[in-house]
Design a binder for this molecule. Structure first.
Ligand code: ATP
Ligand code: MG
Length: 596
């Protein structure tokens, strides 16, 4: 492959390593820069019997300790109300939930599904469910009835926590299909209001908790006991159910420190919904394990609201996604100018490749880089990252974290793999198995699970390159990579170059079958508001791409689109762009953002 490496430009953002803060007592002896799994395992609070339970370590350990009066959740209601919930209050409320579900007859290992807006009760249910030994599976509240039924049937949900409105619209029509479902608890508060009494066959969440005791002895779970069931985003096909264990907390804790720089007294905001793995691992578990205060915003994206939250609530660590950053960019940097962010110390992003333009935009608006990191539902936690201690190379997802062993491999025809030692060569990203948050199964798909591993390597399905300094560069998902005239073309590289043009806010690139080339590159481009989708602009973009990428890699065709299809977790669905372009069936669209 002789493709010039356009993304690996010389630009590096050099940083002063932020001074480390005083660590709380049970972190003593842990080096913040090199927190290994073993070190994290030693400092995580254990159950009286020596076991590990995510809910206990995240909440009770603080609720009974020095942080009891610290705010765990600063909840921002959609309409402007605010509620502070301390660690002690969260402990007591989640105890009530654990007692309530235990009294309903739920036992260790039973599956609890949560389908709710970001209301305080959602957090109480997740944490209380974990303490009761249940396996928690979050669902994104914008799912329709069929995706909900599909996931709950596959996951054999016995109990569901949702709101009255969501229940009536989305669950009641399919409830009879979900044979395992015995109990539905309705939250009667918040923007999606519904009166619990009016709905037959359900319990009132608040009334049940009110009657339950606030003292609960956490179920003695061990590191290998199942804790969470997460469905993948469905970007490349039908979503898979990935099972995770309580021991994942070891990775959540370690990566929260090393990759997100969480320190005592941070105000932390993760913008991902708990319906996705990011919103669970880093929107609930990691920040609470660290005992920080986390902001939870009930409302959906709004650029001005987001800037004002960052400013008003003095957010110091912010974890978001490329799609959100691109939306902020779309609204223009001027919108951010009236705000200032003196407390904001660290910004990170995950979910999709973070285009270099977005990192430079962060430098402009927030006066600091946005730190890209890479992981998947399957890895349960961050594996590769630009950490606070590292210089940032815009466009790179960073380096493997201290205890993560990553490599680049080539699949061999006989089923084995060859590790590619030379830097700069494209191959599949693989991880040595055994990290604590590794998924333990694809629900009901044992063979598919087995196929993810070759020897002791987990194969991620993502293509990357490693540079001489050990930074990893995302090329594309194995399914999305384009083979054109003997070249392997990663859509990310082409998309990032198109995004350099001021008129472009987002680009999605696919390969189209071509008799001569094998595949030809086609780009779909969304333009900044108020820009004319003219032929002149198309020619200008073509010329820009050819100059930056060379004629073999630059798109042959560019189509303008008002918006690109995204998953609800914000990822561009290239498989849908392709299916629509070729007139093929769209496949599973349960995670497609509405209207896309
Ligand atoms: P499905 O597996 O159902 O197709 P999905 O892979 O999008 O969906 P997730 O587990 O939510 O489901 O996403 C993980 C994937 O997202 C990674 O495998 C990778 O392709 C992409 N990704 C995540 N973070 C990054 C990043 N920093 N840079 C590039 N790609 C990323
Ligand atoms: Mg995937």
């Amino acid at each position: 492959m002789d493709k010039t490496n356009n993304l690996q430009r010389a630009e590096v953002i050099h940083k002063d390593v932020p001074s480390m803060r005083v660590l709380p007592h049970w972190h003593e002896g842990v080096s913040p820069d090199s927190l290994s799994w073993d070190a994290a395992r030693r400092v995580l609070p254990r159950l009286p019997g020596g076991g590990l339970n995510i809910g206990y370590a995240a909440v009770d350990a603080h609720g009974q300790g020095e942080r009891a009066a610290r705010v765990a959740i600063r909840w921002l209601g959609e309409a402007g109300s605010e509620k502070n919930i301390t660690y002690r209050e969260l402990m007591l409320a989640s105890n009530r939930f654990a007692n309530a579900v235990t009294q309903l007859g739920l036992k260790r290992g039973d599956r609890l599904f949560v389908l709710a807006p970001r209301l305080p009760q959602l957090y109480v249910a997740v944490l209380g469910g974990l303490k009761a030994g249940l396996v928690v599976s979050p669902l994104f509240p914008a799912f329709g009835p069929e995706p909900i039924a599909m996931r709950m049937k596959l996951g054999e949900g016995r109990v569901l926590v949702t709101t009255g409105g969501l229940y009536r619209r989305k669950v009641a029509p399919v409830r009879s299909q979900i044979e395992s479902l015995e109990h539905v608890l309705l939250i009667g508060e918040g923007s999606d209001n519904g009166s619990a009494e009016a709905v037959q066959g359900t319990h009132d969440f608040d009334a049940l908790l009110h009657e339950a005791s606030d003292s609960f002895t956490c179920v003695e779970t061990g590191e290998d006991d199942p804790a969470l069931l997460h469905f993948t985003s469905g970007t490349t096909g039908k979503p898979k159910g990935a099972m995770h264990v309580h021991g994942a907390a070891v990775a959540h804790y370690a990566t929260g420190r090393v990759a997100l720089d969480l320190h005592d007294e941070d105000i932390y905001w993760c913008t991902a919904d708990p319906g996705w793995v990011t919103g669970m691992s880093y929107g609930i578990i990691a920040p609470l394990l660290h005992g920080v205060t986390m902001v939870v915003d009930e409302a959906e994206f709004n650029a001005e609201r987001w800037y004002s939250i960052l400013q008003k609530h003095k957010v110091s660590v912010w974890y978001t996604a490329p799609t959100a950053i691109r939306m902020l960019m779309k609204n223009g940097a001027d919108l951010a100018r009236p705000f200032s962010f003196p407390d904001l110390r660290f910004i990170a992003s995950v979910g999709e490749p973070l285009n270099p333009e977005a990192v430079w935009w962060g430098m402009d608006v927030f006066k600091q880089p946005i730190h890209d990191n890479w992981w998947q539902t399957e890895t349960g936690g961050i594996m590769i990252a630009n950490t606070a201690a590292m210089d940032v190379k815009p466009g790179s997802m960073g380096k493997p974290l201290p205890s993560v062993q990553a490599c680049v491999v080539e699949r061999l025809p006989g089923g084995g793999v060859r590790v590619i030692d030379e830097p700069g060569v494209e191959g599949e990203l693989a991880l040595r198995r055994g990290w604590p948050s590794m998924f333990r199964a694809y629900l009901n798909q044992d063979e598919r699970y087995r196929q993810c591993f070759v020897g002791d390597l987990y194969l991620s399905g993502d293509l990357v390159k490693r540079d001489v300094e050990g930074y990893y560069w995302f090329v594309g998902r194995a399914d999305d990579v384009i083979k054109s005239a003997g070249h392997l073309i990663g859509p990310f590289e082409v998309e990032s170059v198109l995004m350099e043009h001021p008129a472009v806010v987002e680009a999605g690139v696919i390969g189209k079958p071509d008799a001569l080339l094998g595949e030809s590159v086609k780009a779909f481009v969304a333009l900044r508001a108020g820009t004319d989708a003219s032929d002149a602009l198309r020619r200008e973009l073509m010329a820009h791409a050819r100059k930056r990428l060379g004629p073999a890699v630059a798109p042959r065709e560019i189509a303008f689109a008002a918006t690109l299809p995204h998953t609800r977790s914000g990822k561009i669905m290239r498989r849908l762009l392709k299916a629509r372009e070729l007139g093929l069936p769209e496949g599973d669209t349960s995670t497609l953002e509405s209207g896309a």
